[in-house]
Design a binder for this molecule. Structure first.
Ligand SMILES: C[S@@+](CC[C@H](N)C(=O)[O-])C[C@H]1O[C@@H](n2cnc3c(N)ncnc32)[C@H](O)[C@@H]1O
Length: 213
């Protein structure tokens, strides 16, 4: 079975992924999202809380998707937000939204794989939410993040064994999208090997929220 690249998969899924947040779907589907994807909404609220004070800080949002985190941080007064995504369609949507919301002076959206990303300046905070689910070997991506981050990174990783693991694995396999799951021990190992010495792991339902510096 040929697996799709992340650009192929997420460029095709951009609109339906966005509907998880915009709730532009049937009442039943919204109800199911609220039930099954509660951790995604909690993760968003927690990331914003842990980003305070946002005003004057710089952010790198890796795997920015349709720009929910990046645009909200810009709205809350971030000095600069760079959103990075390997899917061209995601970046197109982010750019249009930034322009429509008049946030295009403080935001920049770049179509790029984190493993190939370099920056001429560092960021205070780097975010990677719902990203490592789709990266087979996180070491290179984590190294890149550490190199460009001054204060801390905030990341999510899907839990190796949770009620969501098997249904998600099957659903994404059928759509030809590879997906990966992690134990706390594996995450700690990856983080330490990438040079992060302070690593805090908090479980949020079927995902781990990791803060590291
Ligand atoms: C599930 S979406 C999460 C979007 C957003 N962070 C959120 O939580 O709303 C995952 C995103 O990661 C992107 N992605 C996957 N692998 C990537 C990589 N190696 N470099 C940059 N982006 C990547 C995908 O294209 C996709 O848009």
């Amino acid at each position: 079975m040929r697996m799709l690249t992340q650009n192929e998969y997420w460029s095709g899924e951009a609109e339906s992924f966005d509907a998880i947040y915009s709730h532009k779907k049937s009442n039943f589907a919204v109800f199911m999202d609220k039930l099954l994807r509660k951790a995604m909404y909690d993760r968003f609220a927690y990331t914003l809380k842990q980003s305070e004070p946002v005003v004057g800080r710089t952010f790198l949002d890796v795997g920015c998707g349709t720009g929910l985190y990046s645009l909200e941080l810009a709205r809350r007064g971030a000095k600069k937000v760079v959103g990075l995504d390997v899917a061209d369609r995601m970046i197109e949507i982010c750019k249009k939204r930034a322009k429509d919301a008049k946030l295009d002076r403080t935001t920049e959206f770049v179509s790029c794989d984190i493993c190939k990303y370099t920056s001429n300046y560092p960021f205070d905070i780097t975010i990677g939410m719902g990203l490592f689910d789709y990266i087979k070997e996180p070491t290179v991506a984590l190294n890149r993040m550490r190199e460009v981050t001054e204060e801390k990174v905030m990341l999510s990783f899907p839990v190796l064994w949770s009620w969501r693991t098997l249904p998600r694995l099957i659903r994404l396999r059928l759509r030809h999208c590879p997906v990966f799951f992690y134990s706390r021990r594996q995450i700690r190992g990856y983080m330490n090997r990438a040079g992060f010495s302070k690593v805090f792991i908090r479980q949020m339902g079927p995902m781990y929220f990791v803060t590291a510096s």
